[in-house]
Design a protein around this ligand. Structure first.
Ligand code: PMP
Length: 384
């Protein structure tokens, strides 16, 4: 139940990728049939990835993942459009690949402002309106948060950005394939996508760049990807991401319905059976596959280890920030105390999770929590 950290590649995706390793190994820039075959495959994938978000194929730039797409969006826009202003506004719960890029941009002289979220993790649109001024060059708000699953009002955020002539970027890494996305309807200029979150291969992503917007590339070389991302293309990876996007588009609605039912069964089952457990994030406006639950008086890490022994794999926050001992900045932004943030578990469900697995977790959780609370100095007597 940790799909956000890593998802299996769909068998159908793998089958489509296979010929592009050894059989159709050409370089898409070559002027011969091997090259044409690879180029054709990339064209097809670009169409499929664009199709998932209602973008044109030529608006898709393939990258090595969501981190690179976020880097290209922010650094590329900052370099190209700095004459529009020096302010960048982001939400306070962005992924570390946005936060750290902004720290770097701040060292380069950009002024970074953080828009707060409410106690459920929903962006404060009034605060955003106040922060976006005439010298704002870019606004970046994630479509949904990977830790607490909260879905943001990106259409309204884009409107606020555009009112001040700022560009609008959204990191849709964990939202794509889970909820319908339409770059035209929500009026987004730049959107980050990741392949593995769609059951495609890792190390693949894409940035949607609205027609007419030019970014300064961060990887410079032979001019591939319309000059925005040089380097010989990862053809099998691109083919895989394309197939994954096509499958997501077709299967998203029915899978989202199934996951929503599993998610709610899990949330209700755990909250009902474990005293002093609480849901983090918005109860309804959240991704169909995300549950984030806080257990008072215990550490998330000890819960993770106990549950792993029982065959259940979860996360205590973003896998990308797991190397730091700091509590999740997302949970702190909701107003939780450090010890509350430390006692939280992230469940991200996926394709191969079943109702039986959910029931098993609900069955095991009270005993695990009770055992850990029994050895925690923080636990009040009545819960022992
Ligand atoms: N953005 C968000 C919202 C994420 O959750 C993640 C991690 N899956 C990333 C960006 C970075 O993805 P990657 O490590 O694949 O580049």
């Amino acid at each position: 139940m940790d799909y956000a950290s890593g998802s299996p590649v769909d068998e159908r995706v793998l089958e489509d990728m296979k010929p592009y390793f050894s059989e159709h190994f050409g370089n898409p820039s070559s002027f011969h049939s091997y090259g044409f075959k690879a180029l054709e495959a990339i064209k097809n994938a670009r169409m499929r990835v664009g199709g998932l978000i209602e973008a044109l194929p030529e608006e898709i730039v393939f990258t090595s993942g969501a981190t690179e797409a976020n880097n290209l969006a922010l650094i590329g826009a900052a370099a190209r459009y700095k004459n529009r202003g020096s302010r960048i506004v982001i939400s306070s719960i962005e992924h570390i690949s946005i936060l750290n890029v902004c720290k770097e941009l701040s060292r380069q002289g950009f002024e970074i402002k953080y828009a707060p979220v409410d106690k459920d993790g929903i962006l404060d649109l009034d605060a955003l309106t106040e922060l976006v001024d005439d010298k704002t060059m870019l606004v970046s708000v994630m479509t949904a948060n990977g830790e607490i699953g909260t879905i943001q009002p990106i259409k309204k955020a884009a409107e606020i950005a555009h009112d001040k002539k700022a560009l609008f970027h959204t990191d849709a890494t964990v939202a794509a394939g889970k909820i319908p996305l339409d770059v035209n309807e929500s009026d987004v200029d730049l959107m980050t996508l990741s392949s593995n979150d769609l059951y495609g291969p890792k190390g693949m992503g894409a940035l949607y760049v609205r027609r007419g917007i030019r970014l300064k590339p961060i990887i410079i070389g032979g001019g591939q990807e319309g000059g925005m991302r040089s380097g010989t293309e990862n053809v099998p990876g691109i083919v895989g991401m394309g197939k994954a996007a096509e499958l997501a588009k077709v299967e998203m609605r029915s899978e989202a319905d199934r996951l929503t039912k599993l998610r709610d069964r899990l949330i209700n089952g755990v909250l009902d059976s474990v005293p002093e457990s609480y849901l983090n994030g918005h109860p309804i406006q959240r991704l169909p596959n995300n549950a984030n639950i806080r257990f008072s008086y215990i550490e998330g890490e000890s819960l993770l280890l106990s549950l792993d022994e029982l065959g259940v794999q979860l996360s205590s926050g973003s896998a990308c920030a797991a190397k730091t001992l700091e509590p999740s900045h997302v949970l702190i932004a909701l107003g939780l105390k450090h010890e509350e943030a430390h006692g939280s578990l992230v469940f991200t469900l996926g394709k191969y999770n079943t109702g039986e697995q959910i029931d098993y977790v609900i069955q095991q959780m009270p005993g695990v929590v009770k055992r850990l609370r029994a050895v925690s100095p923080l636990t009040p007597k009545e819960l022992m």
